[in-house]
Design a protein around this ligand. Structure first.
Ligand code: ATP
Length: 225
């Protein structure tokens, strides 16, 4: 789709927001904090990006197609969410910086672009491929996650955060990239790892993920061993 440039406004007013994950499976710990974040920051749409080959973690249990189907089922009736499959379609590792650069290329220099992560991901960001270039392409929106420190372990990273952190989300529209916003989102003690373990033990996960996803998991016999 062609990108329209508004010459009177330095930044396009609608923030494009991306949320990457393995989604093995997608759960309420992904969905609910993002809904709150969207409300707080005025996001109209969040693009979910299922990873294909996550570079810094073990391979998913479900296939790419199964994870994509679960993301579709979880979001099909929710207008906030859309899905982008570019990472799934790649055959090489899906480094976030590559994906962000491809979105930046499509959107042009003026569009505000945000990448959403959980607090755990923020704390390990310095291990990501070309992590220090991330803010050259996007803002970072961080959802709170229970069980993780609110501070970095090193002074260097804490200083990096302080340099870029904003407290007023309205600023996200004032430039296309470069800010970090720590959102006040609900603390949900849910992880895909825990869900997989619970399902393996035959435990109930009704409060942890959408029922359509649960039904699909059952029908595919996923996470049983
Ligand atoms: P796993 O347990 O397999 O590592 P996960 O539950 O952490 O998976 P991912 O798909 O790896 O889920 O996470 C994608 C993104 O969602 C990451 O940025 C992660 O920080 C964030 N996230 C996942 N669960 C939560 C949660 N309960 N609260 C806030 N953020 C979360």
């Amino acid at each position: 789709m062609p990108h329209t440039i508004n010459t009177t406004c330095p930044v396009q007013p609608v923030i494009q927001a991306l949320f990457g994950g393995t989604f093995d499976p997608i759960h309420y710990g992904h969905l609910h904090p993002i809904e709150t974040l969207a409300h707080q920051t005025g996001l109209k749409r969040v693009i979910l990006l299922p990873n294909h080959v996550p570079p810094h973690r073990p391979q998913p249990e479900a296939t790419a197609q199964q994870r994509l189907t679960m993301v579709r089922l979880a979001t099909q009736d929710h207008p906030l969410f859309t899905i982008d499959t570019r990472e799934l379609e790649r055959t090489t590792p899906s480094y976030t910086i590559d994906t962000l650069e491809s979105f930046r290329h499509e959107l042009g220099e003026r569009q505000s672009l945000a990448f959403i992560i959980g607090q755990d991901s923020l704390l390990s960001l310095h291990t990501w491929h070309r992590w220090s270039e991330l803010l050259n392409t996007c803002h970072l929106l961080v959802c709170a996650r229970p069980g993780y420190q609110t501070q970095f372990a090193t002074t260097e990273m804490q200083q990096w955060l302080t340099q870029h952190q904003i407290y007023d989300p309205a600023l996200l529209n004032s430039k296309p990239n470069g800010y970090i916003y720590l959102a006040d989102t609900p603390l949900l003690r849910i992880s895909a790892t825990d869900i997989r373990q619970r399902l393996q033990q035959g435990l109930n996960c009704d409060d942890l993920l959408p029922s359509l996803v649960q039904k699909y998991i059952d029908s595919q016999g996923l996470y049983r061993q």
